[in-house]
Design a protein around this ligand. Sequence first.
Ligand SMILES: Nc1ncnc2c1ncn2[C@@H]1O[C@H](COP(=O)(O)OP(=O)(O)OP(=O)(O)O)[C@@H](O)[C@H]1O
Ligand SMILES: [Mg+2]
Length: 593
Amino acid sequence: MAETRATTVPDRSAVRSLLRLWPYVRSVRLRLFTAAFVAVLASCTGLVIPLVLKWMVDGPVADRDTAGVWLGALFLLLLGFAEALLFGLRRRLVARPLAHVEAEMRAELYGRLQRLPVAFHDRWASGQLLSRATADLGLVRMFLAFPLTFLLVNSVTIVVGVVIMLLQDWRLGLVILGPAIPVVVMCVYFERRYAVEARRAQDQVGDLTTVVEESVLGIRIIKGFGRHRTQARAFRELTSTLRGTELRKARLLATIWAVIVTLPELAIGAALVLGAVQVADGELSAGTLVAFLSTALALRWPVDSIGFLLAMSQEAATATERYFEVMDEEPERDCVVRSEPSPDAGLRFDGVVFRYPDADPGSRPTLDGVDLHVRPGESMALVGATGSGKTTLTALVPRLHEVTAGRITLDGEDVATLPREELRARVAVAFEEPTLFSASVGENVLMGADDRAGAVELERALAVAQAEFVHALPQGADTQVGEQGLSLSGGQRQRLALARAVVGRPRFLVLDDPLSALDVHTEAAVEAALRQVLADTTALIVAHRPSTVLLADRVALLSGGRVAAVGTHHELLRDNAEYAHLMSGTGRQEDDR
Ligand SMILES: Nc1ncnc2c1ncn2[C@@H]1O[C@H](COP(=O)(O)OP(=O)(O)OP(=O)(O)O)[C@@H](O)[C@H]1O
Ligand SMILES: [Mg+2]
């Protein structure tokens, strides 16, 4: 899981990370710019208020002109109104487009996850992917809605405000500006550390998600073995680690905030004393001091908020990095050059070598030179000890993994050069672990066929797989099966997976131990029906039981990463000791005939 961890590159730049969001934001840029402009306008409206105050204090108040004071008050009211209205408008402008940006990014992430190779999913914990699709994208949207605009707005406001103050009285202005340098230095230092903690927290949320997901999916095991305490302890440990990280984040933020709030506050205090002395000496008008101080106070919020706006930006930056770690992964590619088909029909493995990408480089490959030819229309059983690589070999045919060396051809065409869509239309698969999706039974089965297939094909496939139990379900084939078909028995799920494999009448069929959960009678019935389907289909069927093996025309024995022998069941039984041993039932509670 090393890949899912933060590799804190020293020269990582939050800005560079955030700039990668631009393609997604492009489509809403006009609205974002308008919103930022409106917010700048609103903020600067606020800065006019001190100037009106100055006019009031030096003019109507000094002259005891009541009408003038009322006029000033009315003006102030209008300014306040305008400011509120503009800020409201900004919010309206951005809310909807930003929700759209988030949805689009999430959809692209989902699409990418679907197209990434199985090897990627083997490597990444699902919780890490889940948290990227949910929590991290939420942070990104927050950033676009708030810090992105307000970092700009506040900077403009601060600059305008400082210019106004310098124009009022440059000496007081310099007093206020004094703490700027230490504040900036402190900010840079703390934000860096904050980014590290933010990334750590996000990774920990991913780990936590993985634990939650595993305990929900594995609830039967946990309960069955009374492991809920251990599981709860693991969960508690992770949450307390996460809590520690969040607390460190909070402490860092508190420190930044303390610096950002205290230093300017001290400066304002100093300016107040200095200004009062100047007013007493008659060097400064009271109105100017009022305007100066109220400008300084108006800048308090823009300055104070910079701390957490930067913190939010850092979090968004690390979230963006996490997002792009997935998006930057290479999806499955199609070869552009299609090989010339050779006249060689059927399914052929030529010197196929395969090593799992995460396997120890020095170790022997799982498959180490497999040569096998399944003739057209033939059904070949694949037999081998557990862990010998049968599942691995079957997964290579639909290219769930890419061969390390050698090649696999379907009717003479190299699977590596077939467009994936065409390849997967030609080859149907059913795996050991039958997965059903949250959909109706019919939809689950028809996934195996193209869109034209309907009720007739469905019925035929259900009949082949001896899945007539479907008709006894409350809504027949329209019955919804739950997450992973939990409400069905293992054998029922296997039969639906088998029905899915045969519904599209594929030219090539790859079945990984498809009947292991069935009782002998059902198995025999499935076999009889399969024989009819298999008549014109080239099939490779992983089998453990002699009963399943007998269904096949020939048998291949996988041993030591190679096909050690090929022949009929009886030939192998007679000539091959390992095969005879595998089929004899010692070690496995097989052979129920
Ligand atoms: N994703 C993976 N990454 C690394 N190694 C794997 C992976 N999947 C399987 N292996 C290893 O490859 C070897 C072959 O596994 P495979 O699942 O192909 O065996 P099998 O013949 O199907 O066994 P069984 O009869 O128990 O189903 C095993 O040693 C296993 O540990
Ligand atoms: Mg297997």
